[in-house]
Design a binder for this molecule. Sequence first.
Ligand SMILES: *Cc1c(COP(=O)(O)O)cnc(C)c1O
Length: 366
Amino acid sequence: MKDPNSSAGILTIDMVELARNWQRLKSSLNNADCGAVIKAEAYGLGAGRAIIQLCQAGCKEFFVALIDEGVYLRKVLSDVSLEANIHILGGPMFAGQALEEHNLIPVLNSLEDLALWKRKHPQAPADIHVDTGMARLGLSPSDVVILQKEPQRIKGLNIAYVISHLACSEDSKTTMNADQLKSFRQALTLFPGCKASLANSSGIFLGDKYFFNLARPGAALYGINPTPGKPNPMSQVIKLQGKILQVREVNVPQTVGYGATHQIKEKGRIATVGVGYADGYPRSLSNKGFGFLGGVRVPIVGRVSMDLTTFDVSNVPKQLAHPGALIDLIGPIIPVDDVADAAGTIGYEILTSLGHRYQRIYKTSN
Ligand SMILES: *Cc1c(COP(=O)(O)O)cnc(C)c1O
């Protein structure tokens, strides 16, 4: 744990709200199961803590991208005598024994993966990913035709779930979702009796046709709005605060920061916070983003630099804007999606970029 006095940013991660978000999604799924996608360190929040918290809340199906992530999380679970299924979205990736040794379930993404798994680990469970519109990972439509003609290719495989992934689930208006649903249903006829999984976070909000046996939410667990344009049904999980290192009273016209991109015309007060783009606070927030201090919205003025960001605190009572005071950068009053909007990106990228210099506080009770 970092010395709170020596770090200039405090990242509070509310594990209670994380579990609550999972419960919320689970209870909206009727009888379908709710898994959790905890790839990339649970979207930057800490996968080891997340898997324990969610496993204790009742989640039994976890998804990561890489075998290494799965190996690490298997150890985390066994250290506290917990059990759960860990699925590897990236596939078997030519791995030797690591998958079976650590009891990991690969997602088979190609006919080659299927053949390899059948030859090497005929008993061990695996998922099959059917691509229905991403052209990224999974069996292509032509692979599915081949399987139709040669069903022996899947015979004898121990299939945990047949999965697919939605390309536009956050857009409930597009026909793409229904098209993918139809393709998925068609493909499922090749796997009679197998369990299926389609919905990511936003997919859960497209209705029960998308539920199948298991949903795979990631983003919504961490507070990202799965229904953009509508109120966020999820709670914010993180709070990021930056510490003011210095407050500068400006009384003559002057510019602020690299490139002199902000001009103070007459006078103003500038607070410099010890958080910058090296901490994952995007440079694209320069002259666009904002924080909150004492309930007052404080705009970023000038460029975000590597370790520092400057805020205009002219409208904040003087006694509140002092070195050591904390400016809220992300959190309940500045949802991660708003920060992403201002930065021209998505909440996913904001969370997965959260840096390593913050003092991280994991809140485990209210
Ligand atoms: C990342 C991922 C998810 C989770 O998506 P969210 O939008 O974060 O809920 C689900 N399924 C697959 C295949 C993924 O790659």
